[in-house]
Write a protein that binds this ligand. Structure first.
Ligand SMILES: [Fe+2]
Length: 202
């Protein structure tokens, strides 16, 4: 989508707010010619491809099929927004004072979107019958994500660290920070996507 980067309505020279990320993700989701060639559904694993990345903005396309699930994760320092381009997804978000078995949840259908801050912990799952395609925008660009596992079923996520966080970080060689160097792959690990070269920090 590089030839259309200039057409993207977005601020420059600073990180984007959640509302601005929604605007970016929605713009891209509404123009299928920007990403149709990147769509690739794999029943075994969700697939992803980076559409754009610069100093302040990181945009990915994800493809989902039945039972695909990111697991609970955070985005380290990045806020984000998801626009559903095709099909449906379900977001479950942990909130203070509620059991990890009782997250707040929403179904996002084609044409809808949701956002999250850097402090939020959520999971995204495929929903509905057919495959789904979602556009994810992050700012600042993703460099690290945390993946959570509950050590006690039903325990509260807000207190006494019942959730264990493992962390994966990405390294971005200088040449690959260019928006002309998309990354792609599918999830072979149990943490969240997007992925790429990573190593566990803990
Ligand atoms: Fe996420």
């Amino acid at each position: 989508m590089n030839q259309r980067n200039e057409d993207l309505m977005r601020p420059h020279g600073r990180d984007l707010t959640e509302q601005e990320l929604i605007t970016v993700a929605t713009q891209i989701a509404s123009v299928p010619e920007l990403w149709t060639e990147c769509v690739s559904h794999d029943p075994e694993h969700r697939t992803y491809e980076q559409l754009f990345r610069d100093e302040h903005l990181d945009v990915w396309l994800l493809c989902w099929s039945r039972d695909h699930d990111t697991g609970f994760h955070d985005h380290d320092l990045s806020a984000g927004a998801v626009a559903v381009a095709h099909g449906s997804g379900r977001e479950e978000r942990l909130v203070l004072g509620r059991s990890v078995d009782e997250p707040i949840a929403r179904i996002a259908t084609a044409g809808s979107q949701f956002s999250f801050g850097a402090a939020d912990i959520h999971r995204v799952l495929h929903a509905g019958e057919g495959p789904a395609v979602t556009i994810h925008a992050y700012s600042p660009p993703l460099t690290r994500m945390g993946s959570y596992r509950s050590s006690r079923p039903g325990s509260c996520a807000a207190t006494r660290s019942p959730m264990r966080r493992s962390c994966a970080s990405w390294t971005w060689p200088r040449a690959e920070t260019s928006p002309r160097a998309p990354r792609r792959g599918n999830d072979r690990w149990e943490g969240p996507s997007p992925g790429g070269p990573f190593h566990y920090l803990s």
